[in-house]
Write a protein that binds this ligand. Structure first.
Ligand SMILES: *[C@@H]1O[C@H](CO)[C@@H](O)[C@H](O)[C@H]1NC(C)=O
Ligand SMILES: *[C@@H]1O[C@H](CO)[C@@H](O)[C@H](O)[C@H]1NC(C)=O
Ligand SMILES: *[C@@H]1O[C@H](CO)[C@@H](O)[C@H](O)[C@H]1NC(C)=O
Ligand SMILES: *[C@@H]1O[C@H](CO)[C@@H](O)[C@H](O)[C@H]1NC(C)=O
Ligand SMILES: *[C@@H]1O[C@H](CO)[C@@H](O)[C@H](O)[C@H]1NC(C)=O
Ligand SMILES: *[C@@H]1O[C@H](CO)[C@@H](O)[C@H](O)[C@H]1NC(C)=O
Length: 412
């Protein structure tokens, strides 16, 4: 496959017209465009939240612009002078490029990202770059992409692997940038990460993983309080559990914060995402999913999907690799994962979001939950979570809620 040659050639063409491009971009600069950045940890319900935001047609949505930094093969695409020096600076510049619809020599490489196919805003560019076309056609797609991006009222990027501290500089330089931080019960997030990302396992890794996670979460919360005071009205923390318990109220609160209109279409869309399908309906997102045969009409199978409200990048990576996975030594794990994921990895639909939200309580085990509590418990009051004192309390989802009212005047 001469894909890399093609890309190289395409880059050359882009580079040669770069000065022209900058001029064009400056001329096109629409000053009333606003930007939104959603920062979270993997498996925190951010795909659902982002789908809700992207429902508004005036929003230009980029899904995980930094995901290529996590995959070994693609790290090679990070410009050499960033590979060892400054991940923070490079990550920030990539985010900034998507938010401002303006790419430079370095950040242009980030457009080669498989996750771009997962947002309607970026999918055309992804498909165009994949197609066997000549550089000139790629260039045309690229300009169309920039133009489309520029034409929307708001640009929106959702990312993980981005400590809140890194956002300060962006907030300072872009007065129309608003930050959303999405938080979820660390026990649920880590349980889901263990299951889906498979970068660590419980119980063997629980101590180090939860200590790291909640150190980062604690730092993020401190930074958020600082940013909120520095940039009033431009920083807001949302809690996943509120989204599961009251999806339309949650959507309305986000739209209110972002000054987007709350329409009937939005309410319908949110209701659709969070209610059971009619018995004979199929998720339209899944209908044409040829990479992954769907069978969503089968109710029994669909229940398996209900285990998490979020759907994240690893999940999608795995679906892409599913052909490899069936043959590889690791095939067994991967196939189990595919099965667990249900038939449609691109769906953020859940029949019963509250059940999905609490599913971790039946899976995690009391000992693991206790270890996480010992590393994260100091944050629970602020965020409105409760430790479970016994195994029975942990698993008794019918009578005992581990979701509480967050601290008054706190971060949420
Ligand atoms: C996706 O974008 C296309 C145009 O690029 C538009 O026609 C279509 O309605 C969009 N779909 C959704 C679900 O927003
Ligand atoms: C998880 O634990 C195993 C065994 O103790 C160890 O080899 C591995 O490096 C740990 N992984 C992480 C991500 O901490
Ligand atoms: C689903 O069933 C209802 C009646 O139960 C029918 O009106 C509708 O057309 C069906 N939809 C599809 C997609 O088959
Ligand atoms: C789904 O696939 C059919 C047949 O391949 C095609 O005609 C149709 O446009 C596709 N729909 C979407 C939403 O991509
Ligand atoms: C759905 O499942 C049924 C029964 O398992 C099978 O016959 C059918 O081909 C499947 N449909 C698709 C689209 O894979
Ligand atoms: C639906 O799934 C269940 C359990 O996997 C299976 O027994 C049943 O035959 C499936 N029905 C169809 C129509 O595929």
């Amino acid at each position: 496959m001469n894909l890399s040659f093609k890309k190289y050639w395409c880059s050359l063409v882009i580079i040669s017209v770069f000065p022209v491009l900058v001029t064009v971009m400056l001329l096109l600069n629409t000053t009333d465009q606003t930007q939104t950045l959603l920062v979270t940890f993997g498996r925190s319900g951010s795909s659902f939240t982002s789908d809700v935001i992207a429902q508004n047609k005036e929003v230009f949505y980029t899904f995980e612009p930094l995901s290529f930094l996590a995959r070994e093969k693609e790290v090679l695409r990070v410009p050499e002078h960033f590979q060892t020096i400054d991940l923070e600076d490079f990550s920030r510049r990539v985010i900034e490029s998507y938010l401002l619809c303006t790419f430079d020599f370095d950040t242009f490489t980030s457009l080669d990202n498989i996750h771009l196919r997962l947002s309607n805003s970026t999918k055309d560019l992804y498909e165009c770059f994949q197609a066997e076309k000549i550089g000139m056609d790629h260039l045309e797609c690229y300009f169309k992409f920039l133009q489309e991006c520029k034409s929307r009222r708001m640009t929106f990027a959702k990312t993980i692997r981005f400590p809140v501290k890194w956002a300060q500089d962006l907030m300072m330089r872009h007065p129309k940038l608003k930050l959303i931080y999405l938080v979820r019960d660390p026990r649920a997030t880590l349980n889901s990460q263990a299951k889906v990302f498979k970068e660590f396992t419980f119980p063997s890794n629980v101590t180090s993983v939860s200590a790291n996670h909640c150190r980062q979460l604690g730092q993020d919360l401190k930074q958020l309080a600082h940013l909120r005071d520095t940039f009033p009205g431009r920083v807001k923390v949302f809690r996943y559990e509120n989204g599961a318990r009251d999806p339309t109220g949650f959507a309305a609160e986000i739209y209110d914060y972002l000054a987007l209109p709350i329409t009937e279409e939005l309410t319908d869309f949110v209701t659709y995402l969070t209610s059971p399908f009619p018995h004979n309906a199929t998720d339209p997102k899944c209908k044409n999913n040829t990479e992954f045969t769907t069978n969503t009409t089968n109710k029994t199978d669909r229940i398996k999907q209900d285990t998490d409200l979020d759907l994240d990048m690893k999940k999608q990576d795995t679906s892409l690799k599913s052909n490899e996975a069936t043959q590889s030594v690791n095939g067994k794990t991967d196939m189990t994962e595919l099965k667990y994921k249900g038939q449609c990895p691109f769906s953020t639909h859940r029949d019963d979001p509250v059940k999905a939200m609490e599913h971790w309580r039946h899976e995690i085990g009391f000992e693991v939950a206790r270890v996480i509590d010992s590393h994260c418990g100091h944050l629970y009051q602020q965020l409105g979570y409760r430790a479970a004192s016994t195994k029975e309390d942990l698993e008794n989802t019918a009578d005992i809620s581990l979701v509480d009212v967050p601290q008054v005047e706190g971060i949420i």
